[in-house]
Design a protein around this ligand. Sequence first.
Ligand code: NDP
Ligand code: HSE
Length: 442
Amino acid sequence: MTQTSIGICLLGCGVVGSGVVKLLREQRELLARRTNLAFDIRHVVVRDVAKHAAGEGNLPYTSNAAAAIDDPAVQIVIEVMGGRDPALAHIERALKLGKPVVTANKSLLAERGPELFSLARKHGSCIAFEASTGGGIPIIDAISRGLVANRIDALVGIVNGTCNVILTRMTRNGWSYHQALTEAQKLGFAEADPTLDVSGRDAAQKLALLSGLAFNARVAEKDIQIEGVADLQSADIKFAGDLGYVIKLLAIAERQPDGRLALRVHPTLVSKSDVLAEVSGPFNAISVYGHALGHALFYGRGAGQMPTASAVVADLVQTAIGVVPLAFKKLNIFPDAAEPAQILPANEITSRYYLRLSVKDQPGVMGAVSQVLGQHGISISAILQHEVAEDADGVPIVPIVITTHRAQEGAVRASLKQIDALSTVRAPSVCLRIIDQPKEFA
Ligand code: NDP
Ligand code: HSE
């Protein structure tokens, strides 16, 4: 059987790029059998050609991205460099030449998606971005094509592998935050700048992409309320455990009855009986609630070399056989066609809350705290008082953990401001959200 050659320019050959090379080599025969195509890497663009040439591979390395992209023997450009510059200029160059781009770069798409998709459309090209969210899980394909007949009401997901490695290690193995982050970096899960991971921004960028597709709206990172894991304390992981919860960094998008979107990323207490509680290490899971389908869970490795390469190569094949170009042309679901999302202000988002107060060991403290919460219409669900400890000045303090029924973020924030100003409160209170799914969405 004759095979048509598809020339590829690979921009970047780090964790993901080297996985793409490996997978294309390992599965060359299988891909040829399945597609009648031969995927040929014509250029591999890196910063440091000498460093790569000295290693294994025998690949066509170059640092001249423009010449590599322009080469008429290149039909598809894969961008796995990451970051904004020079990735943005390279993608624009390829699109202007009418060459389809496959990218894993969620930060760039979250920032510049609408312009890039519009540029692609103008030049009869397209962008495939399955690897940008959920690593190897085909969640973009599922939302944009598999669930196309559903009105999606909510997405709830663990979408950052690095944070999930950190939380899993801290919870199950008693590791320190820094020890766990170092492991995630060593395994190639973290971004080049890991503050993107631990600040929650990477998860928010992914949520922006997913919710844009799910709700047919233009969603930007700034529309999302974001808290990361960097300030999470092991005491809260332990207290959450005592209450029957584990803490996960969740990305949550909910459609309100009036059509506005409530979008947030934050450490969240998830019941130990919830399927998301079992998602550990670099695994991701995304719960999707479609009106016809009901609840579906997409689970798999959300970061790492080969899982991500699996998604990139799938996009490459779908692009080469015409599926991505056709979907891009025919489906009105991409951010360039969408109106800006109507966003529910963060203060109006409702949730259940976990509050940890550090108070003096004296009578009347709980009365004062409950009075403040009551004034703001916040109803207490449970109170847990722990043994007396001492603060840094040797003053006896009592950690009190309160869980609430559903309350508005604004009311909780206002209460905590008042509570922290009480003379009996020794340290700023900790505030985390609790999610009880699937009951909440069922
Ligand atoms: P790496 O840092 O491991 O690799 C980046 C590659 O891009 C390197 O080969 C580097 O060259 C090259 N590069 C960077 N800047 C330039 C430049 N200015 N000129 C030429 N080459 C350059 O990143 P990853 O592979 O981890 O990530 C790549 C992309 O994939 C990112 O967008 C990331 O968000 C995304 N992603 C990553 C996942 C993961 O698990 N790691 C999972 C899903 C998505 P050199 O080697 O010479 O320095
Ligand atoms: N840094 C990202 C993560 C890579 O840890 O999830 C996958 O997008």
